[in-house]
Design a protein around this ligand. Structure first.
Ligand code: NAD
Ligand code: ZN
Length: 374
């Protein structure tokens, strides 16, 4: 593949940044940080103060980051949070603010997220809001965070009744992805991240989809060289979209929601933790693909290839046995999704592998028919 597996540049004018992808290279951080600061809009200087936000499960990785910084003359505080989606709350955000006040953070203090998407989203929002903006660095530790949440500058927390409802766009000054972090990631979480990886192939890049099919086995056993390529390609593809629609205004960024209209409904109905986001998206992609078949946009080969690849990655492609929720309940839930427009069901549908279109006027009858076909 043409992409340089060690670095992806996100081109956003004065908010541009580097995504550095390494295997076993966390020790590069103290060298990278001053360069990233100098290139950023933030005041460079000799403050050498950082603050790490992490969760309990990945604390050992955060400790390595802090050690590297303190050995090179940085002072580095720490906020450790409980793992899990519930951490994306006002209480955790407040805890980070309190710690930043306690260490007398100022606009040159670099906030570093070491964790999955939960830690990244929360720490990013803390960085966006504290003194109206701190320099922010992402060190993602889950595959989902590597390929999705750490790229693009969306940060935020959940409202008790609405996920991701509170937040800000706040780009990092740099992202350091170390595939070695993934060694400790539970298998189910790793597979969930692969659902988003497959998504990129379907929506934007059929060659990449074919590459995933070819190298599925090496990817599944987390071969570091292949993982660097996989992650770099996803970051490049997401960066291309974000560069054209940084603030989600033109609608282009919506293509990233392939499989998510069905997926969000399944995830919400299943209840917290029953279906991981990536698992719900994998199943959602199957329904979206079948809907595209029904509307005559694609033939069944496109669906069959997705199903086979998702299965090889250990992902579900059907709703769990004994799924108790009715078609009515799924449709109602989809209408609540904030991405529906004025109550109309809106879908990202494949036209072929590597190309999708946004369809605003899908009839409810077609959606119901697809949901009934199990
Ligand atoms: N900002 C965005 O653009 C964006 C995009 C997609 C998703 N998200 C958000 O990301 C979140 C999901 O991210 P996630 O799937 O990474 O969830 P997560 O952060 O909850 O991580 C999943 C679990 O894996 C653990 N974990 C992470 N890395 C580990 C490692 N290396 N070793 C051992 N355990 C590890 C975590 O502690 C957690 O228990 C959601 O809140 C979602 O809304 C944001
Ligand atoms: Zn997703």
């Amino acid at each position: 593949m043409a992409v340089d597996a060690s670095s992806v540049h996100v081109n956003l004018g004065e908010r541009s940044y580097e995504i550095r992808i390494v295997s076993g290279g966390l020790s590069e951080l103290p060298t990278l940080l001053p360069t990233w600061m100098d290139r950023s809009v933030y005041q460079a200087g000799s403050s050498r103060q950082a603050h790490v936000v992490t969760d309990r499960n990945v604390r050992p990785h955060a400790d390595v980051v802090r050690e590297g910084l303190t050995l090179t003359g940085w002072s580095c505080g720490l906020t450790e949070l409980e793992p899990g989606e519930k951490t994306k709350s006002i209480a955790s955000l407040s805890a980070v603010w309190d710690d930043l006040i306690a260490v007398k953070a100022d606009r040159r203090t670099v906030l570093i997220a070491v964790g999955g998407g939960v830690v990244g989203d929360l720490a990013g929002f803390a960085a966006a809001s504290f003194v109206r903006g701190l320099p922010f660095v992402q060190i993602p530790t889950s595959l989902l965070a590597d390929v999705d949440s750490s790229v693009g500058g969306k940060t935020g927390i959940n409202h008790p009744v609405a996920k991701n409802m509170l937040g800000a766009f706040h780009q990092p000054i740099g992202v350091l992805i170390d595939t070695e972090m993934l060694v400790t990631l539970p298998a189910r979480e790793f597979a969930a991240g692969l659902a988003e990886v497959v998504k990129y192939g379907v929506i934007l890049d059929s060659d990449y989809f074919a590459f995933l099919e070819l190298r599925a086995e090496a990817i599944f056993r987390r071969d570091p060289g292949i993982l660097r390529q996989v992650v770099a390609r996803c970051c490049r593809l997401k960066a291309d979209v974000v560069e054209k629609d940084e603030f989600e205004r033109t609608g282009l960024r919506a293509v990233l929601n392939y499989g998510h209209t069905f997926g969000h409904a399944f995830e919400a109905l299943a209840g917290f933790g029953e279906l991981l986001h990536g698992e719900a998206v994998a199943i959602g992609m199957m329904y979206a693909s079948r809907l595209a078949e029904r509307l005559g946009l694609i033939n069944s080969t496109v669906t069959v290839r997705q199903e086979a690849l998702l299965n090889r990655f250990g992902l579900p492609t059907r709703l769990p046995a004994g799924w108790p929720h009715s078609v009515d309940a799924v449709v109602e839930r989809m209408k609540l999704d904030k991405k529906t427009l004025g109550g109309h069901l809106r879908f990202v549908l494949p036209k072929r592998l590597g190309l999708v279109e946004i369809v605003n006027d899908v009839s409810e009858a077609d959606v119901r028919a697809v949901l009934q076909c199990e």
